[in-house]
Unconditional design. Structure first.
Ligand code: TMP
Ligand code: ASP
Length: 235
């Protein structure tokens, strides 16, 4: 089943499978932040993120979103469609936080009247710079039509996720998505959806996401476990 290691990322290893159109994503017990500037082994993190991401992608598939998710195959691994990844981090913000608050000198937690979609160029050597649509066309990362699709799909996914997290009284502050081309050239949602790549605040303002690690606020697995248990209540 598990073939050669195709790529080793910060949070996942990607393996080939017997089917050239499928890959195995193995979630690691590793947390990083600031482009790997901060790195720690955290026992149990891989299992938690694989469970959370599998559960959310299953719900998205049920709702009709086109994703790379095939199935969860073990505690830490899932089978995914192989995609040609578009090197863009697509960030959607419902509230101000993180780099947005810093960049514009505003406090965290201000509700944006219309959610804002941002793009970052996925390139470690450049530290994933903030870019706009014109830069994306210059770099040949996506066409105007493709980018319009990615933006619209991201907003639809946001509406779906706001409802899902609303059911468990968590505020979805922001999140990051990645898209890729499947074997037929169609753009589908790829990567993962876990507290590693979103911000979730509870009603008391506690952070149930990777900010716990980035900012040294507590135990990462404890808060990820809370997110998983809450999600399991509604799915
Ligand atoms: P930011 O406020 O640091 O720009 O992060 C915005 C969202 O994107 C937040 O939910 C965390 C997520 N994110 C990633 O998934 N990967 C990254 O490399 C960064 C910088 C942010
Ligand atoms: N994902 C990035 C890293 O691993 C940054 C972050 O999530 O804060 O370094």
């Amino acid at each position: 089943m598990k073939g050669e290691l195709l790529y080793s990322g910060k949070a996942k290893d990607i393996f080939a499978t017997e089917d050239e159109h499928l890959i195995l994503s193995a979630y690691k017990d590793q947390a990083t932040a600031f482009n790997g500037g901060m790195k720690e082994q955290i026992v149990g993190k891989g299992k938690l993120n694989n469970q959370i991401s599998s559960l959310i992608f299953e719900k998205m598939e049920e709702a009709g979103f086109a994703t790379h998710f095939v199935k969860k195959v073990s505690e830490t691994e899932q089978l995914n469609k192989k995609v040609d990844i578009i090197p863009l981090e697509v960030v959607l913000r419902n509230y101000t936080a993180g780099s947005f608050a810093k960049r514009f000198g505003v406090s965290e937690g201000i509700k944006l009247s219309r959610p804002i979609v941002e793009f970052y160029y996925k390139k470690d050597e450049l530290d994933d710079p903030f870019i706009n649509d014109e830069h994306i066309y210059f770099l040949g990362l996506a066409s105007p039509e493709e980018l319009a699709y990615i933006k619209a799909e991201t907003r639809l996914i946001n509406a779906f996720l706001l409802d899902l997290f609303g059911q468990i009284d968590l505020t979805l502050v922001d999140f990051k998505l990645e898209f890729g081309y499947d074997k037929s050239g169609k753009i589908i949602l790829a990567d993962e959806f876990s507290p590693d790549n979103c911000r979730l605040w509870d009603a008391q303002g506690n952070r149930l996401d990777k900010d716990v690690f980035r900012r040294g606020l507590g135990d990462l697995t404890e808060v990820y476990q809370v997110v998983l248990e809450k999600l399991q209540e509604v799915v």
